[in-house]
Design a protein around this ligand. Structure first.
Ligand code: PMM
Length: 285
């Protein structure tokens, strides 16, 4: 019997939706909800059903202050979930800073490696990205979560992030990664004070250097700060849903390749609105 073909990365006719699936006890928004494989698999299928083009499976929280999880535990959490979802035909990405986890997940069917450290945390990651040949998300990152809040100073946040991401691209390409397989992500909330995130969103073209862009704003602290500043109640991550959808809309309109979100249905609908708006604008030209 021939092996079932593994699902590939989604085609990008419009901004794609990456659904967040944290198989962790302590992620800032959904920690503990999908720690058991059955619950995680059901959640992954539900995300795909309501519009996620790819489901991003992670087994280690990267919330500010988080400590690293043991490699074996990370693998134990993610592997059955990646295997089951890929087996169901759902495109899956693996959210990990560890080369061994990325390698095992791709062997189990993941079609994209999402490394929030941009291959800085594990010196073997670039080689795994090159050898597997799958798409690779390189996120702007400066230090592990337990220390990232000490590294949030920038002379000029857009120029500094652009230079640091360009250095990651160079290192990846030197290791054999195809330039066009690299997606860049500004790392919203990673070593960034609230006001550092907005210029990175509004000036995407200045740091992306022609690469595809992934935006991970979903439910993050800087959205809570904006809601509070506007004088509205902000009781926590789940109440940042509307602000998240606003970022999705603006990011899609600005040409982002993908958005990484907890609420796939809202993102799918927002992106459909952007496409309808842009198609109508093209038709009248
Ligand atoms: N943020 C988180 C985890 N993984 N991956 C990418 N590419 N970009 C991000 O901004 C990002 C990420 C943080 O938290 P969550 O998984 O709890 O949303």
């Amino acid at each position: 019997m021939s092996a079932r073909p593994l699902p590939g990365p989604p085609a990008a006719r419009r901004t794609i939706v990456m659904g967040v699936l944290n198989v962790t006890p302590d992620s800032f928004s959904d920690g503990g909800r999908y720690l058991h494989a059955d619950a995680a698999i059901a959640r992954g299928l539900a995300l795909a059903e309501c519009g996620a083009d790819i489901v991003d499976v992670g087994g280690e929280s990267t919330r500010p202050g988080a400590e690293r999880v043991a490699p074996q535990e990370e693998l134990r959490r993610v592997l059955p979930v990646v295997t089951a979802l890929a087996g169901e035909g759902v495109p899956v990405s693996i959210d990990t800073m560890r080369a061994a986890t990325a390698h095992a997940a791709v062997a189990a069917g993941a079609c994209l490696i999402n490394d929030v450290s941009g291959a800085l945390a594990d010196p073997r990651m670039a080689r795994v990205a090159a050898d597997t040949g799958v798409d690779f998300v390189a996120t702007h990152w400066r230090a592990p979560s337990s220390r990232m809040d000490d590294r949030d100073h920038y002379d000029d946040v857009v120029a500094d992030v652009a230079a640091e991401l360009a250095a990651r691209v160079d290192a990846l390409v030197r290791a054999g990664v195809r330039r066009d397989s690299i997606v860049l992500d500004p790392g919203l909330g990673f070593a960034k004070v609230t006001d550092s995130n907005w210029p990175l969103l509004s000036r995407m073209q200045e740091w992306s250097a022609g690469h595809r862009v992934l935006i991970g704003a979903s439910r993050k602290r800087f959205l809570g700060a904006v809601i509070s500043r506007a004088g509205n109640p902000e009781p926590g991550p789940k109440h940042r849903a509307h602000a998240t959808t606003a970022v999705t809309t603006l990011a899609a309109a600005a040409g982002a390749w993908g958005v990484r979100v907890h609420d796939a249905c809202a993102a799918r609908d927002a992106i459909a609105v952007v496409s309808a708006w842009q198609n109508a604008a093209k038709a009248t030209r």
